[in-house]
Design a protein around this ligand. Structure first.
Ligand code: AVJ
Length: 319
């Protein structure tokens, strides 16, 4: 087999059809909500990269600290020959893992963005000429089939993205991950942790306003993709800690009563003054909760590692 191949399991038009369904459903109900995956067009991905270096946004740095600290242990415990990375995004943390896994045969990044995948894969091929890279264009929230690659497999789902799914969605998703694993395989999971409200809210409402721009970018996505006429200035960025569910919610609050035309859908959506559209949930976890959610999916928590300040955790779990 060639050391580099790309497989697309995501139908080319799936994204457009999914966006229409999500917008029709999400803006048609009360309270209004949208799934967070629609933030990430080219501009949104760029804004997210800016978020990761903000002084208030600690998760990326905390996770990197754990990875650097534990990469060798992860390598020796798993003996991974295939590394599967879901939502491969920032290739920097991947490199920390890859460097610690000299015995690795195949790297299998999975992402919905073809451009992100090919750029990362090409860079890696020059650095690790022996490595076989198989990029998979797929939406991993929609069930995943992996090509036959040598085991043991290590499936990495980093960045705390699990927290962007609602509890029911997480249960389904973790079971689908469990189904990818055979005896001897492992899951490496990054989760942000519950902490004081002030730290959490600041991480999602930074002084420079980058997260506000990221939040409002979803309106530009709808304007472009669905020929809508949102004015981002009509909305205020809101980040709120939900004590009951232990998650951060990002919302967009209408500054006045207004209507928005969504021409592609042939609809008009009305907002009351002060009405809020929920654009993201970012759940924060505790060790016991992670252990229970993994167990419910048939996965045993084998290692729990946090950064020195106890802000973020990496879990290593096995079937
Ligand atoms: C995609 C999980 C890394 O929820 O923290 C950052 C996205 N949203 N700031 C998160 C995000 C607002 C992020 N992750």
């Amino acid at each position: 087999m060639s050391p580099y191949s790309v497989t697309r399991t995501l139908p080319v038009h799936a994204t457009a059809a999914d966006l229409r369904t999500d917008v029709l459903q999400g803006l048609g109900r009360s309270p209004k909500s949208l799934p967070p995956k629609w933030f990430y067009d080219a501009r949104g991905s760029e804004l997210f990269e800016q978020i990761t270096v903000l002084p208030e946004y600690y998760p990326t740095r905390a996770e990197r600290e754990i990875l650097r600290e534990r990469a060798r242990e992860i390598a020796s415990v798993t003996g991974a020959r295939t590394l599967v990375e879901l939502g491969s995004g920032s290739s920097e943390k991947t490199r920390v893992l890859l460097d610690a896994l000299p015995g690795l045969h195949t790297y299998l990044p999975v992402d919905v963005s073809e451009s992100a995948l090919t750029a990362a894969a090409e860079a890696l091929l020059t650095e690790r000429p022996g490595l076989s890279v198989h990029a998979l264009i797929a939406d991993f929230t929609r069930g995943l089939t992996l090509p036959g690659t040598p085991g043991p497999r290590l499936v990495a789902f980093l960045g705390g993205t699990l927290g962007n799914l609602l509890p029911d969605e997480r249960a389904v998703f973790l079971k689908s991950l469990r189904a990818l694993l055979r005896p001897g395989d492992a899951l490496l999971l990054g989760t942000d942790l519950v902490k004081d409200e002030q730290t959490l809210v600041a991480a999602y409402d930074d002084a420079a306003g980058v997260t506000a721009a990221f939040n409002k970018n979803v309106l530009s996505v709808l304007n472009r993709e669905l020929d809508a006429d949102f004015d981002p200035d009509d909305f205020a960025h809101v980040a709120r800690w939900n004590t009951e569910h232990e998650w951060i919610e990002m919302r967009l609050r209408a500054r006045s009563a207004l209507t928005v035309k969504i021409r592609e859908l042939g609809t008009v959506v009305a907002f009351d003054k002060g009405e809020e559209l929920r654009t993201e949930v970012s759940a924060k976890f505790r060790e016991e909760g992670v252990r229970e959610e993994l167990a419910a999916a048939g996965l045993a928590l084998r290692h729990w590692w946090t950064d020195r300040e106890g802000r973020f955790a990496l879990s290593l779990a096995a079937p």
